[in-house]
Structures are given as structure tokens and as C-alpha cells.
Design a protein around this ligand. Sequence first.
Ligand SMILES: [Zn+2]
Length: 274
Amino acid sequence: MSFDDRRRNVRSLLFFAVALLGTVVISFVGSFAGAADRGELALGPRYTATAFDRGLPPAPDARPGPRVALTFDDGPSPQLTPYILDVLAAKRVRATFFLQGNHSADHPDIVRRVQAEGHVVANHGWEHPWFPDLTPEETEVEIARTNQVLTDLTGVRPTLFRYPFGQPSPAGDAALARLGITGGIHWKWTSNREGDFQCPGADRMVDYVVTEAADQAMLLLHDAGDVVSCSPDQLQYLPRAIDELRARGFTFGVVAPSPERSAINAGSPAAVVP
Ligand SMILES: [Zn+2]
């Protein structure tokens, strides 16, 4: 091999390396730009609409019939919330998200997506404390700071609050009254089924949702917190349970404040509305 041949070989190798590097850089930038366009960071599974989903009417939930509300607590999380939002969009279901302030501040793009896709954004406190242990000042911060972050991110002021663990406190009730937020939003849980945070798996989660479903039921589900440690396969309960409830004649609504207390939801001052 002459010196010139070797130089040509080195040059073509260099050219190949540069081209390869360029391709890697371009595809990396491309995928990053794609993620940025979607406005969110997703660290978990995603859901792709099926042919059945694509055949659903655009807004099937104004029909009469028994109505349930899917409520998701403790989010948002990049592990679970994007999948849940994918499913709800594919199934044309609106839901109610009781978001934590700290998680919302960490994942603002997911909060904006929740709002943009027509779901109700509600307040679940800043970092999920046991409210009876808080001072009045801490209580006020938990509720007011969370409401401010959610308002700043969505442009809409939340009017619903669910206590962490469903555990109220007199100071919390006073702060909510002062801030004009409806608190004490509980849920229906009358079976002895395990909840999603206990990682029962997809089959038992479908059974839980279908068993608890009733007209005006607010079903307790989670998109962050303990449920992040469950197998990601458990998430498959959601499209299955939605299809099963629809097959049984249910429609899906969101939680709204109500002067009437809802007996099946532990006296919550709220109703499930289209
Ligand atoms: Zn919670």
C-alpha cells in the first residue's frame, strides 16, 4: 500500500466517522425536538389508539345513563401520567386530576397537557402531608401555594381540593373556606378490593373499577406516589376498564362542586357532571 493509498483510506475513514457522528447528532436533536414539541417528558409506557378507539364517536359522554368520574391523585409523574392521558384521549374520556404542588412544579408541561386535553385540574396539597399534624400556617401554604402554581400553569384557578389520605383538619377547612375552594372531596370505596397503590395488577384493577362503578361514583386512582413502584403492566387496566364500563352503559364525567352532599362518595360536596 503506497503512502497515498493509506492517506486515501484514512480520509475515507474520517469521512465515514464524521457522517456517522452527524447522523447521530441529527437524530438525537430530532428526537429531542419531537419530545419538546409534545411538551412533556415521558419516562414510562405510552398508549397507542387501537382501531376500536379510532371508531369511537368524538364526544360520546353527553349520553344519559349512569355516570362515573375517574379521579387520579398525587400526580403528575413522567412515569404514569403520559400513558393515562394517552388512554383518556384515545377513549374520549375526561377525568379529574388532584395534583400535588411539588410534582406540578417539577413537571409543568404535564400539568399543561392535563389542562389542554380538557381534564379538570384540582388541588391535592403541596407534598401530601397528614393535615392534622400541620400548623395553621403550614396548612395555608400547602393549599394556597399549590393553587397558585396550578393557576400559573393552566390559567385556571382550581376550585376543588382533596385532602391527602382523605384526612381533613379544622385548619384545613378554615383555609379552604377563606380561599373559596371546595374541600372534602372523597371517593366511593365500598368493596374490600385493593387499590392501585397496592399493586394488585391489571386484572384485579379492572375488577376494582368495575365493582366500585355506580351512578355518581368518584373512583380513586393514582398517577404518581406509591403506584409508580407497581409493574408498568398494571396500567393496562385503564383502557380495559373504560371499555368494560362503556359496555355496561356507563358514561364518564368530571367532579364539580355541588351544594348537595354525595352520599355514595362519603358525603363529598360534589357531583359527577358531563
Ligand atoms: Zn393522595
